[in-house]
Write a protein that binds this ligand. Sequence first.
Ligand code: DQA
Length: 146
Amino acid sequence: MNKILVIHGPNLNLLGRREPAVYGHLTLAKINALLKLEAKKHKVTLVIKQSNHEGEIVDLLGMGKKNKFQGVLINPAAYTHTSVAIRDAVAACGLPVVEVHLTNIHAREEFRHKSLISPVAQGTILGFGVQSYILGLAALLDLNLK
Ligand code: DQA
């Protein structure tokens, strides 16, 4: 059975009360519950982590293979636009990584238009709210994971 690591980056723990006009009213707990429901349909196990700390996210990615994950679904949040360390960890982890965003970062402030992660991710899904995660998980599972 496949085991997938889900990583939520900084401030996503605040979803529900964080800028609801931008991010909607869904809490992270609700997003995780919907993801778990989807995972059950596909008979895969999810391990879900949220961290506000760049190094912790680097460590999670670096241990991904050793911890027997077959793929990673990540919303790097603000680190998308700033973190060479997370980009390098994605490139080095040896696992397919799908990047997701709740919002369409290209339709927002200019500093969000660039993702350092996208060039090293298998693919990116953005702009569909919680559906970005659901679609991202489906895309990851479609990759014939080993
Ligand atoms: C985000 C977009 C980022 O620009 C922002 O910093 C976030 C969330 C998204 O899911 O839309 O925290 O990754």
